[in-house]
Design a protein around this ligand. Sequence first.
Ligand code: NAD
Length: 261
Amino acid sequence: MFLKGKTALVTGSTSGIGLAYAKALAAEGAAVMINGFGDPAAIETERAAIAATSGAEALYSPADMTKPDQIAAMVAECAEKLGGPDILISNAGIQHVAPVEDFPLDKWDAILAINLSAAFHAIRAAVPGMKARGWGRIINTASAHSIVASPFKSAYVTAKHGLLGLTKTVALELAQHNVTANCISPGYVWTPLVERQIPDTMAARGMTRDQVMNDVLLVAQPTRQFVTPEQVAATALFLCRDEAAQITGANFSIDGGWTAA
Ligand code: NAD
């Protein structure tokens, strides 16, 4: 349990990849604050399971990642009640698929706020404590779309490219503080986020569900397999190890070869 005594805050961790990060960090003994939306009873079940796994405290914050004041308050609550955060994983994210000329303005604003600006606000609030303690791990869930684009995803691709730029900048600013900042960039991971975009992609491209699965999603990944949330979480755990202390400003592709092409 190499994270015993450390505290991790994972945004967007009531589902999918974020929940896998929270479970993996807890399995190594970290006290974890989870965040995100969902059914309160289901969230409480996950929170209790995470606490039982880690043997440390686990808390839930309902902070909305579109609201900078709620993000700052979440980081402050983590510091006050759990300590830290020593590990900050910005992971909350949403998607919307539409041609650029029809892209709804509210979706553009929400995607930029949740997928990009929220990471800035969380980092801004967490960095002073990391600097003071002389240790920190900042991990941002980016995407293969931080490196390459796909049509009909203008907001998402813009946000994820921006997130990589933010990560590199923060890595340089914190390079002499024993705080690393890296991106993890998955290809298609089978989670509710991917499942939900299938109907819109069917509409945008005039395709059947099977065509979207095979000709839009898995066609991007030379392995022809979805990434698993657990594979993404394992990479985050590695980045928290002392052996990863010199890895900073990097972007880890976990995409079945997508961006090698
Ligand atoms: P998901 O839909 O399963 O989980 C998203 C999480 O974000 C949930 O916990 C949700 O409640 C939370 N969230 C959404 N809006 C929020 C808000 N306003 N405030 C607080 N929390 C909010 O999705 P996922 O696939 O696990 O995605 C997690 C991250 O991984 C996202 O940043 C996504 O862009 C990225 N990603 C996913 C894939 C994939 O194929 N699934 C690929 C690359 C990158």
